[in-house]
Design a protein around this ligand. Structure first.
Ligand code: FAD
Length: 489
């Protein structure tokens, strides 16, 4: 039996532990905090429950799959949302993005006067990218020659120009959608991996198909339940979780991992999977190894500034997911990625889980998760100033759009910013999704799921291939363990 050590208990670390334990390996997961789950955290205060990190769930079958691999029925409970998102524009236009694409297309025709075909055709285009290249980019390593020797892959890659690889998402969306409000709506999907639609390649227009073809889902017991259920599954398979034990160093001999040194002990090992952000993995845990500088130099994805507001005595007309758009989207992204600053008119996302689960807030009250995108913390920003200014701007924007006072309803308030995100999860600069995809070659520039220099070292999580967000993290666990099991273990 081989001894495998995993650094970090984010969703990818737990998923990797399950996959490895199912193959008969002895797996230990080190987590420097007193609980597992990383960004998938939650808190409760005065009768309100808040998911602190992710709020939108796509591809939940990737969670079920882990139970199926173990020959069990999934204990993770979720349902599909009928409305993917409610959109509010500055000129008082409101749009419901219905999960049912025909209904959404009709809504767009009615509210914007854009023929329903435009949406139907666009969603087919997005689905087409998914069907042709989704599997290649998301479920295989882009750093193994054999991926490209598969005739199916070669055939799909020849067709990639159709998928707007060589234009930006924004250019592709302008060409296909024309109406500025629709362009803004679909450009926003770049933020699902913390990128800039004016720079990211059009192939990322694959993302809407996740919501409109497969669906947006809602976990009945909170997002945190994902890690609770997976943690339970892993434990039942014999995975050992060592909480409150941070890994300080991965020790090597002849370019091969031999042990992990924690703040408590040293453990000999056959292989290490790092679920810690790849940047600090090299800089802190492997100070003597030669780091892959090109991968580490990639621009960071955006971060987030989140206000968790318990709204007493408020029953709003909002849905589970709501977006209040900025007036000048280009300027907002210039602030995020060019100036590394926060605009005074940010797009505001409001998530209210108590719309589906009433017990997430006291009677006649709502739990608002209010988030804006902000740049990763590169040391030039004054976050206390940003928080104060943005709080005022957000309240002003929401009150203008909704037409009533919201500030007086706030009875609970907590704040998460790039500094605390980095502190909590070791994501370098507090970036939510590792590196950004603001480069045509981004998919290939992301760090692979293995080290080509150090034997026995593998990577899973949002900072490596195929990227951030829960579904991609779960896939990173699959790709990294597949490679290790095939080539090393
Ligand atoms: P992380 O969650 O980053 O966890 C890493 C773990 O490793 C942490 O527990 C950390 O303590 C531990 N660790 C680090 N270093 C060490 C060490 N040296 N020793 C021991 N332990 C260590 N995704 C979506 O799909 N949908 C969304 O709506 C969404 N919204 C988001 C909103 C916010 C505010 C945030 C923060 C994230 C959001 N994401 C969303 C992204 C998603 O949360 C992440 O991509 C995913 O949870 C990252 O998982 P991970 O496996 O990379 O590990």
């Amino acid at each position: 039996q081989t001894n495998i050590h995993i650094v970090g208990s984010g969703v990818a670390g737990i998923a990797a532990s399950i996959r490895l334990a199912l193959k008969g390996h002895k797996v230990t997961v080190f987590e420097r905090h007193d609980k597992v789950g990383g960004k998938l955290d939650e808190f409760q205060e005065k009768g309100y429950r808040f998911d602190m990190g992710p709020s939108l769930l796509t591809k939940p079958y990737l969670i079920d799959e882990l139970f199926e691999l173990a020959g069990r029925k999934s204990t993770f409970k979720y349902q599909q949302l009928p409305i993917v998102c409610k959109y509010f524009f500055d000129d008082a236009t409101k749009l419901n993005a219905y999960a049912e694409s025909e209904k959404f297309a009709n809504e767009v025709e009615e509210k914007l006067g854009v023929p329903a075909d435009v949406i139907s055709d666009y969603l087919k285009y997005s689905q087409n990218i998914d069907q042709n290249v989704g599997d290649i980019f998301l479920t295989k390593s882009l750093h193994k020659l054999e991926t490209f020797l598969d005739p199916k892959v070669l055939k799909a890659l020849v067709r990639t120009p159709q998928f707007d690889v060589f234009t930006s998402m924004h250019e592709a969306n302008e060409r296909r959608l024309k109406h500025p409000k629709l362009v803004q709506l679909f450009d926003r999907y770049a933020t699902y991996n913390g990128s800039n639609p004016y720079k990211a390649p059009g192939i990322l227009n694959i993302i809407p198909s996740l919501e409109f073809t497969e669906g947006a889902f809602f976990p009945l017991h909170g997002m945190r339940d994902i890690v609770n259920q997976l943690h339970e599954l892993a434990t039942s398979l014999g995975v050992e979780f060592k909480l409150n034990e941070g890994v300080d160093e991965i020790l090597l001999s002849n370019n091969k991992v031999i042990s992990v040194k924690t703040d408590k002990d040293e453990y000999t090992t056959d292989a290490v999977f790092s679920n810690m952000d790849v940047y600090p993995t090299y800089r802190k845990l492997l100070p003597k190894a030669k780091a892959p500088e090109k991968a580490l130099a990639q621009e960071r994805s955006s971060s987030g500034l989140i206000f968790y507001w318990g709204m007493k005595g408020l029953k709003s007309e909002l849905d589970v997911h709501n977006i209040f758009f900025s007036i000048d989207y280009k300027d907002e992204f210039d602030h995020l990625f060019e100036y590394k600053k926060v605009t005074d008119d940010p797009t505001v996302y409001v998530h209210i889980s108590s719309k589906e689960v009433a017990s997430d807030a006291p009677v006649n009250s709502e739990n608002w998760f209010v988030m804006i995108n902000v740049p990763a913390n590169n040391g030039t920003q004054d976050w206390d100033e940003v928080i104060q200014r943005s709080r005022k701007n957000i309240i002003q924007k929401l009150e203008k759009s909704l037409g009533y006072n919201i500030a007086d309803h706030i009875e609970v308030e907590r704040i998460l910013d790039p500094r605390s995100i980095e502190q909590n999860t070791a994501s370098w600069q507090g970036a939510l999704y590792g590196s950004s995809s603001n480069d045509r070659m981004a998919a290939f520039l992301r760090h692979p799921n293995f080290s080509s220099k150090i034997k026995g070292l593998y990577f899973c999580g949002g900072s490596v291939h195929p990227g951030g967000g829960i579904p991609l993290c779960l896939l990173s666990a699959k790709v990294s363990t597949d490679i290790a099991l095939k080539e090393y273990l």
